[in-house]
Design a protein around this ligand. Sequence first.
Ligand code: ADP
Ligand code: MG
Ligand code: ZN
Length: 414
Amino acid sequence: AEDPKRRVLKDVFGFDDFRPGQADVMDALLAGRHVLAVMPTGAGKSLCYQVPALVLGGLTIVVSPLVALMQDQVAALRLAGVAADTINSSIDREANVAAWRRVAAGQTRLLYLAPERLMTERMLDALARLDVSLIAVDEAHCISQWGPAFRREYEDLSRLRGIFPNVPIIALTATADESTRTDIEARLFAERVETLVLGFDRPNIKLGIEAKQDSKRQLLRFVERHPGRSGIVYCLSRKKTEEMAAFLEKNGVTALAYHAGMSKDARDANQNAFMTLSGVVMVATIAFGMGIDKPDVAYVFHTDMPGSLEAYYQEIGRAGRDGREAEAHMLFGLGDIRMRRLFIDDEDAPPEHKRRSHGRLDTLIGYCETAQCRRQVLLGYFGEEASPCGNCDTCLDQAPRADGGMEARIILAA
Ligand code: ADP
Ligand code: MG
Ligand code: ZN
């Protein structure tokens, strides 16, 4: 069965992939946990509660500090066909009354309110009688006196957990410093809160791309540089996972295959072996990975190019969760581009969708072909600025050169 949050992402918002961290945040909320999500600006924090709001049904209350921001969000949601409302001082009484009628009738999925509007006894009484599924506190750093934008009205929000004891609360902010975070947790959440700090950078993962020549030999050479370590190898086709695994085995590497064409028992057995033993190389299609949280994966090796930079980021993110040195290595050739283009063209999808898919593919190709620091390109795509990282192939390859490429790049980037 299709993941309901993914269906909403696609059908309502028109996106094919989650941005880094979004799926984790949503899963925690959908499991009924409180969440503090710290994600950079532009990361897509809004979707982290908008999608669960639609999956859960009922009413989601969104607290947002700025009226203009609320109006924008409500307008955007309505364009996407979502029943969103706001009650605020900038719209006339009649419109506010009409909005409240929709809320009270259970027609509204997301209701945007400023904190001072929400925290009146009348509003709270009325809301407590409705089917509230989720409460989202956007720009949650405003609750903290340590934060850069303290707002007195936000302080009162600490009463929410008592008034809606069974409703999961998500607090969202881009302000990541420790004291602000601790302060938000203490004020907004009574019991355990799951704090997810999701900067996009994973500096311990070395990024590399290699021209594809003889995939098998290239893979073997790479794997042999990490003896005894666990790794994930992604292949485009089921057949290839089996061939590659067999080839590694023949060369003395413990390798297992994983793809959706295998029986459930076989898949489970291989997954178990990978999770519990160390030094197993899992050669898999993208069917493998969802919810895999093995801390000591030393590398993710792509024998073929994925379909988007989002997918690539998600896949390489399975390496180095223990914070130790890890590697993301991809083989890349013209054949990959051709294959991916064909995939998109052959898809039974509207032209607009195909156009978007080609655009996302182009972004990934740009990443593969860049002469710039790869991490800069990757993070830049997710809206994060970075200096040359010194831990990707383009940074490292150019370091010793006499033309001063690296130095020039640092100077130019400064
Ligand atoms: P934040 O609040 O974290 O700064 P927003 O929620 O305003 O970020 O989202 C920033 C932009 O990213 C929006 O234009 C949004 O539509 C877009 N976005 C969010 N999630 C995705 C996604 N999964 N795929 C593509 N674009 C996304
Ligand atoms: Mg935001
Ligand atoms: Zn770099």
